[in-house]
Ligand binder design. Structure first.
Ligand code: FE2
Ligand code: FE2
Length: 287
């Protein structure tokens, strides 16, 4: 517990995060960085960027609701303190991705309508499954749903987006890299805290595994929606390699992108669930 205490303390968070990788950033990016003209000047690309950023806002709003809701459900003070830092991280993620919507030209008064219009219904369902557990004060299921499933997904999606945007949009890639560093800490907490609780409460396993299966179903359906239909190609395709787990994102088809993303996330789930003593449950294939 001593290790756990210092590794996930507020002091450590201050040193690593606000005084570490976030120092001198403005909304998570460099002070002089902007969205590229190529995106702002092209209606199709701008709309595609708004739509994909809305999904990030929806996911982060769910993470904010879950991490703050879990503070009162947590059985011990080190976990409550960590979740308080995570709550601020998630609120920051909501803020930086909302700020990106404004940078892309969404008017402040139109924010909620824009989110409503573009939010993927499957992603909304994914969030509802998790928030029901949190609402019931179920700490064990809530942490698995949030820190293993939601964040295992977010982490991988952010890494894919960061790789794809490094060359095309360094401003967005930098916002993502700070977020990825936060998510890495959150996922680590989930694994470290929850393993012993799962061992103490084996009777909870079936319910948690069912939640994981449902969340995975809606996640894969969200990915399928995101990569179906016409894809907007960047005006200037990246010239360098954008390698993501063996797939070059600069030349990959939408099907190849969906496959590498799904396979990477599911691989993460299996590894992490296994470490905490749960068995990954495959969902039915989305229609
Ligand atoms: Fe987050
Ligand atoms: Fe997170």
């Amino acid at each position: 517990m001593a290790d756990f205490l210092s590794q996930y303390s507020i002091q450590r968070w201050i040193e690593m995060c606000p005084q570490g990788y976030l120092e001198n950033t403005v909304y998570g990016r460099g002070p002089d960085e902007h969205e590229p003209e190529a995106i702002l000047d092209d209606t199709e690309q701008r709309d595609a960027a708004i739509s994909s950023t809305v999904q990030l806002v929806v996911g982060e709003r769910c993470a904010l609701a879950a991490s703050s809701g879990l503070i009162n459900a947590a059985p011990d003070y080190p976990s409550k303190r960590f979740l308080a830092t995570q709550t601020l991280d998630e609120a920051r993620h909501v803020e930086v991705f909302t700020q990106r919507l404004f940078d892309l030209g969404v008017k402040k008064d139109d924010l909620e309508d824009t989110v409503q219009e573009h939010a993927n219904p499957n992603l909304v369902k994914f969030a509802e499954v998790l928030l029901e557990k949190v609402g019931n004060g179920d700490f064990l299921a809530g942490v698995v749903g949030q820190n293993i499933v939601l964040e295992g997904m977010a982490f991988t999606v952010f890494e894919l987006l960061e790789t794809a945007n490094k060359e095309l949009n360094p401003k967005f890639a930098h916002t993502l890299s700070g977020t990825i560093a936060d998510e890495r800490r959150h996922v680590g907490f989930g694994e470290n805290r929850i393993g012993s609780l799962v061992r103490e409460h084996p009777e909870k396993k079936p319910e948690i595994e069912q939640m994981q299966q449902e969340m995975t179903y809606y996640m894969l359906a969200t990915f399928a929606d995101a990569f179906s239909g016409p894809q907007v190609q960047p005006a200037e395709p990246p010239t360098g390699e954008a390698d993501f787990h063996g797939t070059n994102l600069a030349t990959a088809t939408p099907e190849e992108m969906e496959a590498v993303l799904s396979n990477t996330v599911l691989g993460e789930f299996k590894t992490r669930l296994d470490r905490i003593g749960l068995e990954y449950q495959s969902p039915p294939v989305p229609a």
